[in-house]
Design a protein around this ligand. Structure first.
Ligand SMILES: Nc1nc2c(c(=O)[nH]1)N[C@H]1C(S)=C(S)[C@@H](COP(=O)(O)OP(=O)(O)OC[C@H]3O[C@@H](n4cnc5c(=O)[nH]c(N)nc54)[C@H](O)[C@@H]3O)O[C@H]1N2
Ligand SMILES: Nc1nc2c(c(=O)[nH]1)N[C@H]1C(S)=C(S)[C@@H](COP(=O)(O)OP(=O)(O)OC[C@H]3O[C@@H](n4cnc5c(=O)[nH]c(N)nc54)[C@H](O)[C@@H]3O)O[C@H]1N2
Ligand SMILES: [Mo]
Length: 757
């Protein structure tokens, strides 16, 4: 490489992921947020049988009873919640909402934990303290005046099963299925695609399968940052000699080399373990083409040797093989190569490795789902696995890496805009009211309804919805028209400041905190990425005496809104065992719920594909034919680049812990765009130049000015910038039509020298 010009805050980070860098970063996070005396005890209670579930990610623990697993980003998530900082009514009195809106996302949350229930006062443009009961009464009054179809009930995936269940009960008794949730922006392609292919919208592997697998294919996820405890598993697999094939447009350090802080020898000797055995820098949005290429090569091998496919499995358990084979035959290699950005020989090599493995796991994340071919991508992964019978045998299966720590559980207990008739019937039988049957809004539809002013109230159980959604220029101002906004959160964020005519901000207990109710201390439950359900109980003294549990807040609003409700809201709040009894009555798989969560490690929900039972209409697993290959049909001009919006190492979704992104060598800033050297050269740009990005849309222009272009190991044709800032380039209606998920990772953009430079 030619010697590059120095760009402030940009360095070439040489160290492996994990290792001493991770320990140092944890120490800093603790020092900045917490009392150093309290911190070690709190961190040690993470993911222990009598402790709390880590709010960081949804990766499971070995039986949830392991000794403390060191995890840098888990520690950040915990210390961020258990911080000593507070944002008090006095602070709100002195800072108008308009002033707070000028703060960065980082500055807002860094003010600390919310301490009091607040109501927005338009006359002073400030949040003022309010009594809980008064707030509930007012919310009830407004909701009773609105039609239920005008109200949106958002859930972010940290809510416990118990809170989420009560929340859906409240909204359904009130009369709506409007349940936009974070999953709509995340793994909806999994929830929609997997049931069509294998009959259930969840991953099929368990941790034990990683001990038995012979090959791991990791597509479009960045575990060193987002699922750090998975690194231990990958590290073990790699040391066992399991090939790990990675598809990712960016060279992510943790997928290349990792030093396990759990491993004394590696730490003492500064050694690390290679993770990926092969690393393919697929073009953004090129996975469908790559997957089809691997399958095409596999079929070509089958023609030659007749021993590659699992023909018994295909015959006995699947439908649609011939159509798939026909389509693969028709698809030209030239097209596969152009769109995936990968060579035929490389894809054939992957097919050959796959053909040798008797048990393969494919893991995937947002690099697969956040495309307008997201659902197709997920189904093509199933096709690939089905060709060699990689469902329902040890060491094999599909492993979607879920986002929020309980996003999967929220779905299981009823947070969905398209509930099944069976679930609605169970609710009716148990509670004696008729829940609405008409389909509700998902996240994008909810926002569109808010923009169109047909929705007039938004209630948020956690999260930062409006910042997480695309197109702030359209969405932020639309919030001004709302009759009512209610936010239940732990820390202040921008969505809370997009106030409507009446807005309430309720502070709630976090995972780490003791939840004391009338019947004593309570625990909640969560479900991890591998369908394990277990209990979580915080022990810390709550951040303020005014805090209430999410459950108590939901129940309080429900009672005030539905005076004739038959649901015993108050006694459910006093004793969460009663909520679990109701879940048991209405959601299949929760038999003896209260008893089973007392076992250390909890229990696993049923996963029929692991027994080769397929709950599809045909009773078989369904092969899927994806005739298109392109990420979208509209935009194919010669200068188009595909923008990927990504997370830095120091952020949790819209929560920014610091401005560093250590593994990618970016420090103290986020205003950068990662580019391939050829893409810089062909635009007359060099490393460090200031550039503007413009989305290629039919609609109004969307521009992001003044980013610094940095040369990076990213596939040609793809560029990357940080989320949520880059949401200004994502059109709201640019979605996967099958499931409504925004295509956050394949936005067609042009990059040019900045008008500001
Ligand atoms: N510390 C931390 N932990 C988290 C989160 C967090 O923000 N911070 N967020 C949580 C949530 S809600 C989620 S959903 C998960 C997210 O976890 P991930 O799924 O890992 O999410 P991202 O970082 O958005 O993107 C993942 C990777 O996809 C790659 N990618 C982008 N486009 C493509 C493509 O077209 N093809 C392929 N093959 N790869 C592509 C990117 O380069 C990146 O490495 O993590 C959860 N855990
Ligand atoms: N461009 C782009 N946009 C994206 C993505 C992307 O990759 N690119 N990813 C998408 C994905 S995968 C997701 S999941 C969404 C995330 O969307 P959300 O889940 O809505 O956003 P978060 O940033 O996780 O929410 C942070 C807020 O949650 C609140 N909070 C934290 N802990 C708790 C708690 O225990 N209880 C309650 N009630 N509140 C709590 C705090 O107030 C905090 O400010 O963003 C999506 N948006
Ligand atoms: Mo997510």
């Amino acid at each position: 490489m030619v010697k590059q010009r120095k760009v402030p805050g940009v360095k070439n980070y040489q160290a492996p992921a994990g290792g001493w860098g991770a320990l140092k970063a944890t120490a800093i996070a603790v020092r900045q947020q917490m009392d150093t005396v309290k911190a070690p005890m709190t961190l040690l209670r993470t993911n222990q049988p009598d402790g709390f579930d880590c709010p960081g990610c949804a990766w499971p623990d070995k039986e949830h009873k392991s000794t403390f697993q060191f995890c840098e980003n888990g520690a950040k998530a915990v210390t961020w919640e258990a911080t000593n900082k507070r944002v008090t009514p006095e602070y709100f009195a002195e800072h108008t909402v308009s002033t707070l809106l000028t703060y960065s996302d980082f500055e807002l949350e860094d003010l600390g934990r919310l301490t009091h229930p607040l109501a927005y006062d338009a006359a002073t443009d400030t949040y003022q303290p309010v009594e809980w009961t008064d707030a509930f009464q007012r919310i009830g009054e407004i909701l009773r005046q609105l039609s239920p179809q005008q109200v949106e009930f958002y859930t972010s995936g940290r809510a416990s099963n118990e809170a989420a269940y009560l929340y859906q009960l409240f909204a359904r008794e009130y009369g709506t299925n409007n349940f936009p949730d974070c999953s709509n922006m995340c793994h909806e392609p999994t929830s929609v695609g997997l049931p069509r292919s294998i009959g259930i919208g969840k991953g099929t592997v368990s941790l034990a399968d990683f001990d038995d697998c012979e090959l791991i294919i990791a597509i479009g996820h960045n575990p060193g940052t987002n699922h750090p405890r998975m690194m231990g598993t990958l590290h073990e697999a790699s040391r066992r000699g399991v090939p790990i094939i990675v598809f990712n447009p960016l060279r992510e350090r943790a997928l290349e080399r990792f030093a396990d802080p759990q491993n004394m020898v590696e730490m003492a000797t500064y050694r690390s373990t290679r993770i990926a055995s092969s690393y393919f820098q697929v073009r953004a949005g090129g996975d469908a083409a790559a997957l089809k290429g691997i399958m095409k090569a596999l079929l070509e091998m089958e023609t030659a040797s007749d021993d590659v496919l699992d023909k018994d499995f295909i015959q006995e358990h699947t439908n649609g093989f011939d159509a798939l084979a026909e389509d693969l035959k028709k698809t030209a290699w030239a097209e596969i190569e152009t769109i995936s950005g990968l060579a035929r020989d490389d894809l054939a090599m992957v097919a050959a490795t796959y053909a040798k493995s008797n048990a393969t796991i494919v893991s995937y994340g947002m690099g697969v789902t956040q495309h307008n071919t997201g659902t197709a991508n997920v189904r093509l992964i199933c096709d690939l696995l089905m060709l060699r019978g990689n469902f329902g045998k040890p060491g094999a299966g599909i492993c979607p890496l879920r986002g929020h720590s309980n996003v999967q559980g929220n779905r299981t207990v009823g947070i969905t805009e398209k509930p099944s008739a069976d679930f609605l019937q169970r609710l009716e039988n148990t509670f004696g009211f008729k829940p609405p049957a008409i389909q509700g809004h998902d996240a994008v539809q909810a926002m569109q309804a808010i923009v169109a002013q047909s929705s007039k109230a938004l209630i948020c159980l956690g999260g930062n919805l409006i910042v997480a959604l695309p197109d702030p220029a359209q969405c932020f101002p639309a919030m001004r028209n709302m009759e009512l906004c209610v936010h239940i959160g732990t820390k202040l964020n921008r969505t809370h400041l997009l106030v409507g005519k009446e807005t309430f901000l309720f502070p709630c207990l976090g995972r780490t905190e003791l939840d004391e109710q009338e019947n004593g201390p309570q625990s909640v439950t969560v479900e991890d990425s591998m369908s394990m359900v277990h209990a979580s109980a915080g022990k810390l003294k709550p951040a303020s005496e005014q805090l209430r549990s999410e459950i108590a807040i939901v129940a309080g609003m429900a009672q005030a809104t539905l005076p004739d409700s038959k649901v015993p809201w108050q006694s459910l709040t006093a004793d969460y065992n009663q909520i679990r009894d109701l879940i048991e009555q209405t959601v299949p798989g929760f038999e003896n719920f209260n008893e089973r969560i007392r076992q250390p490690g909890g229990f696993r929900l049923p996963l029929p594909p692991t027994e080769r039972i397929w709950n599809t209409p045909s009773g078989k697993a369904e092969f899927y034919v994806f005739e298109g290959l392109l990420e979208d049909k509209q935009v194919q001009t010669s200068d188009v680049l595909r923008l990927i919006t990504i997370r830095s190492h120091d952020q949790y979704n819209t929560t920014i812990y610091s401005l560093d992104d250590r593994y990618r060598g970016v420090f103290g800033r986020r205003d950068v765009v990662f580019m391939h050297p050829d893409d810089l050269v062909s635009r007359g740009l060099s490393h460090g130049d200031m550039v503007d990005l413009e989305t290629i849309t039919q609609g109004k222009p969307m521009v992001y000015q003044g980013l610094t272009a940095i040369e990076y190991q990213i596939s040609a044709g793809s560029v990357a910038a940080y989320y949520p800032e880059a949401n200004r380039l994502v059109p709201l209606d640019y979605i996967d039509e099958e499931c409504g998920t925004p295509s956050y990772k394949s936005v067609p953009v042009r990059v040019r020298k900045s008008a500001l430079s």
